[in-house]
Design a protein around this ligand. Structure first.
Ligand code: HMG
Ligand code: MG
Length: 306
């Protein structure tokens, strides 16, 4: 497998992670998390979502988060917007990047955004056009690319069709998501190989939830096929309120540890990232799921007690 020399990690913990917490996290903790992640060298930190506050009450303070955030030069802070109402709110908060989010499965599309796939693409079209007119960068997500919590198997053709449609509508990058973390490295390698026949792999990212413990292997499998952008979340936070059974994303620490140890440059300061993960998990009142963070924290505690 030929791995890239350098990859870009898109940190999604403040959005994908905190949208799924049972208790709403205080705004100042969200801001503290985003700022610490940027300070640890993450080049892109997905900050929040401008979705309907009744659908995702955990992120109802999106405007306050952005207003309170000290933005670091050179770091991107994308936000999720499903529709023009979300875009208007994001523009008022002076964002520079937005992400629309569709799915390869009809059932998940309906559960997540109350639209069929065709309706969702219609909803995204003016969002993408207007965002571009405002000079914003636009990301697109395609969820359920390895399986759907409602319909089960998802045909690869459907993943290709939705991914290609988002590019046709003008997005700069598409992140393909294993929302429920059921994929395997062989499946991901095959999927990326097929996607590469239709879209530019330079503009493709992978977003691998770790429910079945395959997130890292799946991400490395995608890297082996020519992808060099991957989503991950601090400590392995995350999940989707509309995907029953889905747990967190691939942990950013696990990805950084694997990459740096394999000679793949990430630009992330691993000790600073682990400090951040420890800081936010102390506030959430539980240990991180990340194996690397757990091991590093245990090692630090052992050193302190010597
Ligand atoms: P809807 O009920 O169909 O909305 O929800 P609507 O268009 O019919 O509008 C109804 C009312 O909502 C209207 O107000 C709108 O103004 C208001 P009214 O006229 O009744 O007073 N409204 C809004 N208010 C604030 N912000 C908005 C907004 N939009 C409409 N943006 C909608 C459709 C898409 C809004 C809803 O389904 C929604 O917000 N869904 C969000 C779901 C979500 O956030 N899911 C999690 C993120 S996706 C994910 O985690 C997967 C990912 O990580 C990748 C992976 O893992 O695969 C990205
Ligand atoms: Mg996700």
């Amino acid at each position: 497998m030929r791995l890239p020399d350098e990859v870009t990690i898109v940190e999604v913990g403040p959005r994908d992670g905190l949208q799924n917490e049972p208790d709403t996290v205080p705004t100042e903790v969200k801001i503290g998390l985003i700022e610490r992640l940027a300070d640890a060298g993450l080049p892109v930190v997905e900050a929040t979502s401008f979705v309907h506050p009744r659908w995702v009450p955990q992120l109802a303070d999106a405007a306050e988060v952005l207003a309170g955030l000290t933005r670091r030069a050179g770091v991107r802070y994308p936000v999720l917007v499903p529709n023009e109402t979300g875009l208007d709110r994001a523009l008022a908060a002076e964002v520079e990047e937005v992400a629309v989010f569709g799915a390869a499965s009809e059932a998940f599309s309906q559960a997540n955004i109350n639209r069929t796939i065709a309706e969702s693409l219609e909803m995204f079209a003016p969002v993408i056009t207007r965002a571009k007119e405002h000079g914003l960068r636009v990301r697109g997500y395609v969820s359920t690319v390895c399986g759907c919590p409602y319909q089960g198997e998802v045909p690869v053709d459907d993943v290709v069709r939705v991914t290609a449609s988002l590019f046709e509508l003008g997005v700069d990058e598409v992140s393909v998501g294993d929302t429920i973390g059921v994929g395997t490295p062989g499946q991901v390698a095959e999927l990326v190989g097929i996607l590469g026949e239709h879209v530019l792999l330079d503009r493709l990212a992978v977003h691998m939830h770790d429910t079945f413990g395959q997130g890292l292997a799946n991400t490395l499998a995608a890297f082996g096929e020519g992808v060099h952008i991957a989503d991950a979340s601090a400590g392995g936070l995350g999940g989707c309120p509309f995907a029953p059974g889905a747990t967190g994303n691939l942990a950013t620490e696990d990805l950084v540890y694997a990459c740096e140890g394999s000679g793949i440059h990430t630009g992330v300061d691993l000790p600073a990232l682990i400090d951040t993960t420890q800081w936010v998990h102390e506030r959430l009142g539980r240990a991180p799921a990340s194996r690397v963070a757990q091991a590093a924290i245990a090692k630090r505690r052992a050193a302190e007690s010597d």
